[in-house]
Write a protein that binds this ligand. Structure first.
Ligand code: UD1
Length: 340
C-alpha cells in the first residue's frame, strides 16, 4: 500500500483529496496545524471514506517539528502539499508571516524529498501567477506577471524553489495552478470553513442566502465582459482533488518529462459573477439579494484555463457543472451550525 502525506489534510481541498486517496486504497496521513480548520473534519473524511486517515497535529513551517515528524514516519511515496495561508488581503497586512509560513513549510518538506528523491511531490499553486493574462483561455506557457500580493508571490516563488530544487537534487514535482475552487463534497460531510466574513464569492453567496450576511456586493459592473462583471473559471473541489491523484500517479509511474511540470486545473469555461448568482438561484431555488459595488482592487477582468495539457498529459478533465457546484456548496452551508 503506497503511503501519501497530505499537508493541510483537514483543509478545504486537502480533506477532499484525503477522501479520494483513501477511496483508491492509498494509506493517507493527514497533517494539519488547525490554523484555519477544525479537527472534526477528520470525522467527515472518515464517514465518507469508510476508513480513517492517520492524523498528525504538526506545524510544518517549524523546521524542528517538521523534521521530528518526518523522522518518526515510515517513508512516504508521495507528498501532496496544501498547507499554506491563502487570504490575499491578509497577506498584504502580514507579508512576513505569509513568506515564513508558506515558503518555510515548502523548504522543510523539500529537505525530506531531497533525501528521498523517489517521493512524488505535488504543490498547490494558483492561476494568480498569470495576473491578467494577455490571451484567453490561459495556457501554461503564458507569461508569469508580477504578483499582486505577498500570497501570490509565495506561489510564484514556491514554483521557482521547486524548479531549481528538482533540477539540482534529482526529485520530481508537479505544481498545480488552480483556478477558482468551489463546491463541497455531495455528502455535505466536508466543505469549506471560511473564518469570519468570507472574502470569496461562493461562500459569501451561500452565507448571504441563509441570512447570515447582508446582500452580496458585486464588485464592478463596468468590466469589458459580456455583462460587465468579472469572469472566472469555477471548478468543483472534487474534480480538483481527483486531479491531484492523477498528477501524483504520473510522477509515481515515472511519466513526467521535466523535473517540475505545471498544469492548469480549471474547467475551461469562464462564468461572470452574475452568471454564478443565476446558477445559484437556479440550482437551489433560492433568491439571492445583491447590489453593485465599486471594483475590488487587484481583481483581474477575466481568467479561465486552457485545459488541454491536463487532459492529454494527466488524462484528467473536470466533469462537474457550475449548477452541481452550487447545489453542493448550498447543501454544505445548510448542514453547518448557523452561527457565522
Ligand atoms: C481569490 C484570490 C486568488 C486566490 C483565490 C483562492 C483575490 C484578488 N484573488 O481569487 O488569489 O487564489 O481567491 O480561492 O483575492 N466577488 C464579488 N463579491 C464578493 C466576492 C467576490 O463580486 O463578495 C467577485 C470578485 O470580484 C471576482 C469573483 O467574484 O470577480 C471571484 O472572487 P473570489 O471568489 O474572491 O476569487 P478570486 O478573486 O478570483
Amino acid at each position: 500500500m503506497k503511503r501519501v502525506l497530505v499537508t493541510g489534510g483537514l483543509g478545504f481541498i486537502g480533506s477532499h483529496t484525503s477522501v479520494e486517496l483513501l477511496a483508491r486504497g492509498y494509506h493517507c496521513t493527514a497533517a494539519d496545524n488547525l490554523a484555519n480548520t477544525r479537527k472534526e473534519v477528520l470525522d467527515g473524511i472518515t464517514a465518507i471514506a469508510g476508513k480513517k486517515p492517520d492524523w498528525v497535529h504538526v506545524d510544518l513551517a517549524d523546521p524542528t517539528a517538521c523534521r521530528a515528524f518526518l523522522a518518526q514516519q515510515p517513508k512516504f511515496d508521495g507528498i501532496i502539499h496544501f498547507a499554506a495561508h491563502k487570504a490575499v488581503g491578509e497577506s498584504v497586512q502580514k507579508p512576513l508571516e505569509y513568506y515564513r509560513n508558506n515558503l518555510g513549510s515548502l523548504l522543510n518538506l523539500l529537505d525530506y524529498v531531497k533525501a528521498n528523491p523517489a517521493c512524488a511531490f505535488i504543490f498547490s499553486s494558483s492561476c494568480t501567477v498569470y495576473g491578467q493574462a494577455d490571451q484567453l483561455p490561459i495556457r501554461e506557457e503564458a507569461e508569469i506577471k508580477p504578483a499582486e500580493s505577498p500570497y501570490g508571490n509565495t506561489k510564484q516563488i514556491g514554483e521557482e524553489i521547486l524548479r531549481d530544487g528538482a533540477k539540482a537534487h534529482g526529485f520530481r514535482a508537479i505544481a498545480l495552478r488552480y483556478f477558482n475552487p468551489i463546491g463541497a463534497h455531495p455528502s455535505a460531510k466536508i466543505g469549506e470553513l471560511p473564518l469570519g466574513v468570507p472574502q470569496n464569492l461562493v461562500p459569501f453567496i451561500t452565507q448571504s442566502a441563509l441570512g447570515l450576511r447582508g446582500a452580496l456586493k458585486v464588485f464592478g459592473r463596468d468590466y469589458p465582459t459580456r455583462d460587465g462583471t468579472c469572469i472566472r473559471d469555477y471548478i468543483h473541489v472534487v474534480d480538483l482533488s481527483q486531479a491531484h491523484i492523477a498528477a501524483m500517479e504520473r510522477l509515481m509511474q515515472g511519466k513526467s518529462q521535466e523535473p517540475l511540470e505545471v498544469f492548469n486545473l480549471g474547467t475551461g469555461t469562464g462564468s461572470t459573477v452574475l452568471e454564478v448568482i443565476h446558477a445559484f438561484e437556479r440550482a437551489t431555488g433560492t433568491k439571492l439579494a445583491y447590489e453593485f459595488a465599486p471594483r475590488r482592487p487587484g481583481d483581474v477582468i477575466a481568467a479561465y484555463a486552457d485545459t488541454e495539457k491536463a487532459a492529454t498529459m494527466l488524462g484528467w478533465k473536470a466533469t462537474r457543472t457550475l449548477d452541481q457546484c452550487m447545489q453542493d456548496a448550498w447543501r454544505w452551508q445548510q448542514s453547518l451550525p448557523t452561527t457565522p
